[in-house]
Write a protein that binds this ligand. Structure first.
Ligand code: GRF
Length: 200
């Protein structure tokens, strides 16, 4: 059984969707630890309620690598095989990325490489695209740049607001994040350069 480590900073709905799929038996893994850099993150309380190992590791006042060394040490302590960023509002240092090469996933609420960074749903609306969506990618040393594992397209509708669009994207996020985790754990993913291919 593989061990997942979840990193979050807020609501934690992606984390909950992953936890539900594990309970339902559709992801062959266990959540070994949930770590938040925010003490009041709703996702952290949920993890607690679910009886999962949950840790608040404060980042305030620490430089990026010092903090990341603490997080990596915890992930190693809990023997994490795959790190899942689920609304973790920090950019990882090269130290972190190199500690888990090809074994960190992130979910982004846009069709990368369009609209990286913050407020991706607002960026898509402001730009006037007709389709946006979400992307699960392997984390490399850039921001929202690593090889893509799964994407889903979400059409923008007349009258959409950031809230209505975000809600429709979120439904797809919950679906594709678990699919991507399943794929990664299956050992069928081959990554060459930027391209991920999947063995049958
Ligand atoms: C999601 O929109 C995700 O794509 C982005 O941050 C948000 C986290 O939401 N990276 P939640 O905390 O999983 O509910």
């Amino acid at each position: 059984m593989k061990n997942l480590g979840i990193l979050l900073s807020g609501r934690g709905s992606n984390f909950e969707a992953i936890a539900r799929n594990i309970q339902a038996g559709t992801i062959p893994a266990r959540i070994a630890v949930v770590i938040s850099n925010k003490e009041d993150a709703a996702g952290l309380s949920r993890a607690n309620e679910m009886g999962l190992k949950s840790l608040f590791l404060p980042s305030k006042g620490k430089d990026r690598e010092t903090y990341d060394r603490e997080v990596v040490a915890s992930l190693k302590e809990y023997q994490v095989d795959l790190v899942c960023l689920a609304g973790f509002m920090r950019v990882l240092s090269p130290y972190f990325v190199r500690a888990f090469p090809g074994r960190i996933l992130n979910i982004h609420p846009a069709l990368l490489p369009a609209f990286p960074g913050l407020d991706a749903q607002k960026q898509a609306l402001d730009y006037g695209v007709q389709f946006t969506g979400c992307t699960v990618h392997v984390v490399d040393e850039g921001v929202d740049t690593g090889p893509i594992i799964r994407q889903a397209v979400v059409p923008i509708e007349a009258g959409d607001t950031v809230e209505s669009l975000s809600a429709r994207i979120l439904t797809e996020e919950h679906r594709i994040y678990s699919e991507a985790i399943r794929l990664m754990l299956s050992g069928r993913v081959r990554i060459e350069g930027r391209r991920a291919t999947f063995e049958p």
